[in-house]
Design a protein around this ligand. Structure first.
Ligand SMILES: [Zn+2]
Length: 337
């Protein structure tokens, strides 16, 4: 059955039976299961990857369905965590793939656990802080990762090959400052996210299939509405790069991390609390103070104009503000210090 299942892929001679064999023994870690991540996960499962680890901190909402191709209306109704909803759907797509769902935010303290064993990492995040953290780990461990981003009708993608080329920090030394367009302010077209995810998966499959020589060593940018599809050469490795030259991994040490405002939301995430929370007990405590609803993965609490989503690991997303101070004070008021 294996032969037939993947026959259209193995008959493509550049990939071949040996590529398939290697892919079936490889592990990809997908960081962020939004539009990019859910397309990546679907493609890699169908392609017959060995093991897939999905990391996502969020849950499915109706506004995701326009582009996040793994999810259904039912997932949004049940507010399932994306990693768990994805795991369930992927099990029906290809039961042979071992899929691990991590309902978590990739952070310095869990990066080692969540990224360990990766043959390749695929970027499905929406923020530079997490990318710089991934980059630190990937450079330290010499594991390739595939950067991808999309907003509006625009997308960008390139592979980071720490064994030979520039790292992400050679190209973006610091997170961009100022107001950046986000998926909420500028919108995003599902066609672009799926195209970028496809390119990311193609490069990842080359690497996992043992065809690293064929990896595109260019920066690919697209504007599917008005603009061109372009390739620009990757710059050389920066000899002054603190990451790949000096091997000073500040993002991995957690020295640069602040509460992160989420893309596409008027929201702040509090993630520096590391203590398990009994959601049942918390729900009983909060019930008299505002509207509470919960499933086995999270608890939602409405506090005035703010809505708090609290996860069992102590993490919380506070909607209705971009002010970290307000978010922290709501956290200590309703959840504790
Ligand atoms: Zn570098």
């Amino acid at each position: 059955m294996t032969e037939d299942r993947y026959s259209r892929q193995t008959r493509f001679s550049a990939f071949g039976v040996d590529g398939q064999e290697r892919l079936s023994n490889a592990t990809a870690v997908i960081v962020g299961c939004g539009a990019l991540g859910s397309a990546q996960a679907s493609l890699l499962s169908r392609a017959g990857i060995g093991r897939l680890r999905l990391i996502d901190r969020d849950y499915v909402e109706e506004s995701n369905l326009q582009r996040q191709i793994l999810y259904t209306e039912n997932d949004a109704r049940e507010a399932l965590p994306k990693a768990e909803a994805a795991r369930r759907h992927l099990a029906a797509v290809n039961s042979r793939v071992c899929v691990e769902a991590a309902i978590a935010d990739l952070e310095p303290r869990n990066a080692e656990d969540l990224l360990a064993g990766a043959s390749v990492i695929l970027d499905g995040t929406d923020n530079f802080e997490t990318r710089l953290l991934m980059n630190d780990w990937a450079v330290r461990e010499t594991v390739p990762w595939i950067y991808g981003a999309a907003v509006g009708s625009y997308g960008i993608v390139f592979a980071v090959l720490p064994s030979e080329g520039p790292c992400f920090r050679c190209i973006y030394p610091e997170p961009p400052g100022g107001d950046q367009p986000t998926c909420e302010t500028a919108g995003v077209m599902g066609t672009v996210t799926n195209l970028i995810a496809s390119v990311q998966v193609m490069e990842a499959m080359k690497i996992m299939g043992g065809k690293t020589a064929s990896v595109r060593r260019k920066i690919l940018t697209v504007d599917l509405w008005t603009g061109p599809i372009r390739e620009a050469p990757l710059p050389p490795r920066d000899p002054a790069c603190p990451c790949c030259s000096a091997r000073d991994f500040v993002w991995l040490r957690g020295e640069r991390r602040a509460p992160v405002s989420l893309c596409g939301r008027n929201a702040v995430q509090i993630h520096d609390r590391n203590r398990p929370i009994d959601l049942l007990q918390l729900g009983e405590r909060l019930n008299s103070l505002g509207r509470v609803r919960a499933n086995e993965f999270a608890l939602w609490f409405e506090a005035g104009q703010h809505e708090m989503t609290i996860f069992p690991d102590g993490r919380a997303i506070i909607k209705g503000t971009t002010d970290a101070g307000i978010a922290r004070s709501l956290y200590s008021r309703f959840i504790g210090n």
